[in-house]
Each structure stands twice: as C-alpha cells, then as structure tokens.
Write a protein that binds this ligand. Sequence first.
Ligand SMILES: [Zn+2]
Ligand SMILES: [Zn+2]
Length: 367
Amino acid sequence: MKDPYEVLGVPRDATADEIKSAYRRLARTYHPDVNPNDPTAEEKFKEVGEAYAILSDPEKRARYDRFGTAEEQPVGPFFNGAGGIEDIFEMFFGTGFQTQNRRRGRDGEDLRADVTISLSEVVTGTQREVRVRRQSQCPECMGSGSEGGRPPETCAHCRGAGTISQIRQTFIGTVRTSTTCPKCGGAGQVITSPCRRCHGQGLVTENARVSVHIPAGIESGSTIHIPGQGSDGVGMGRPGDLYVVVLVEDDPRFERQGRNLLGYLNLSFPTACLGGEVTVEGLDGPVRLTIPPGTQAGTVLAIAGAGLPPLHGGRRGDLLVEVNVEVPRHLTEEQKRLVRQLDQALRGEAPPTEEEGFLAKLFRKKK
Ligand SMILES: [Zn+2]
Ligand SMILES: [Zn+2]
C-alpha cells in the first residue's frame, strides 16, 4: 500500500482542510472523464480516493500513523510487529495448551533412577546399567493402539482437527481459542478396535536396562540427564528423559573434601621423633609418605595427585594425611626405665621423682 500522505502530496502534520483541498485538486486532475486516453489516470484516481478515505477519517488516520496501516487491528497494540496469535496466547495463558494440539500426542514421562558407586570409581569414572520400569511403544500395534495396526478413524467430534475452536471475549479483545477435543484427546482420530496387548493405549510397561556413563570426579547427589530414555510418548509425542541420580558410597578410610581426600594416620612416638618413610593405603593402591623428623601431632601432610580428579578433567587433588602421635599406654618396667632415661637426656637433668612432680607452664593456643 502506498503512503497516503505521499499520494496526496501533503505533510504528515497537514490539517483536515489541507488534506481536503489536496484531494479535490488531485481528484479533478485524474478523473477518468477528464483523461479518457490516459490508462494510468484511473489507477491514480483510485489511489487518491483511498488515501483520502484514510486521512479524512481521524480514527483511520491515527491508526495509520501508529501501525502503518489503516486496517483494523484485531486485539490492539500487542499485535504490532512480528509474532502471531500463539505468541500472544503464550504471553497471557502460558504455553501448555497449544503444545498438545500442535504435536498431536502426549509426551512420555520423565523417569528417575538411582545408582550407587564407590569412591574408587570416582577416580576413573565408570559405566553402569540401570533398570528402569518404563512405558514403551506397544510392539503389537506399533504404538497406534489399534488392533493389528489398523489405521484409526477420523474423529467425528472435531472432524479430525483435534481441537474445538471458540470465539471468546477477553480483556484483550475478541480472541479465537482452541481447546483439545475431549473425544479424541487431540489426536484427531479414534480407535474403533483397540489393541488387545496395550488396551488401546499404544504403550506397554517394560523393564529396560539403560547404560549410563558416570564421569570421573562426580559429586555424590549429582544428576545425569539422558534425553529420550524415559517413557515413550503417544502419537507424535516425544519420549521423556531419564534422570540418573548418582550416590557415592562413604569410604571408611577417607573424608572427601572436593578434589582432596583426608585420612588420619597414627604414628609411633619414635617415628614422629626420628622421621621415616611409611606406606599408606591410598584410594587406588599403596603410596609412599615421607615423615619429617620431629613431626607434631595434628600436622597435615599432603600426597600430591592421590586425591580425586575434577569433573571436567585436569589434575587430581591431594591425599591429605593428618598425623596423630600415639603415646604408649602400657609399659614394662624396662620400657619405663628407658623412657625416663630419654627424658633425662632431653632435659639435661634428672627428671623429678613421682612424689615431687614438676612445675609446668600453661599457654594459650594460637588461633
Ligand atoms: Zn476429536
Ligand atoms: Zn498395542
């Protein structure tokens, strides 16, 4: 459509009088009776008339200024620009009710399965089979629900449309709504002789095994999403998804701290004093740990790379070993004598007798 202002040759802020006089002048110029030999005149005359019809009507003129067309807008300014009635509906009423009709069917259910793995399996990642009880397409009728796979008949209620249309008045104006046909549930077709295996449902219950890859470094309680491995849909509906929740078994030897593992180690008094090499049981085999001489109780020693890998690859964490120094509880007379001898050597003087005791200073622990 041509710009009516351009056709009449008037500015956009032209007054009603200016528009009227421009129209009269042009109408006289292009009138077919005045120009019997000019074939374009009639076309021009029509254009001028249409332009005047818009600009002489304040309502149509306002609409043209706003929307670029004088056509009546079905439900107001929301329809300006792209999008259609579906977008507007999704805006006001949510997406749910349209989706079913469009796809002609029902989506399959999402399912959940739990799997428990050991802490060692977190190091390497693992493959597991989970059992799921799901609804799957009936093999007898290929999911059609109709005996022998016979094609279903067109629904008489909605004449195959799957939807029933209604004109409604709403706060945004007159709108046409579609609701799912109650007879056929939106399928547009009805089954006259239902399949005996699935009773016309198109779905049967089956116990399936689904292989799941569990990545290294996974945290306990994480969910693995496997699209399409839930229950099958009906008709054109999509299959649901499977969500596998992974639990990591507690390991009595280690406390998990993200990528690091923490374990406790009892050291003998002499080893703590003198230092030495010990072998500790790591998550994936024995690992050597060097004890520096004079190691105090509560010291945390790290074995680099003996922890867990991060989820998306990278360097493994550490195995942290917190040291406890064991004090012998029961000593023979000979052992007691040796300890007293050691005490004396360390002090450089004779230790106090049991009766005397000794004066010891208290201190506050640094925080
Ligand atoms: Zn129907
Ligand atoms: Zn069946």
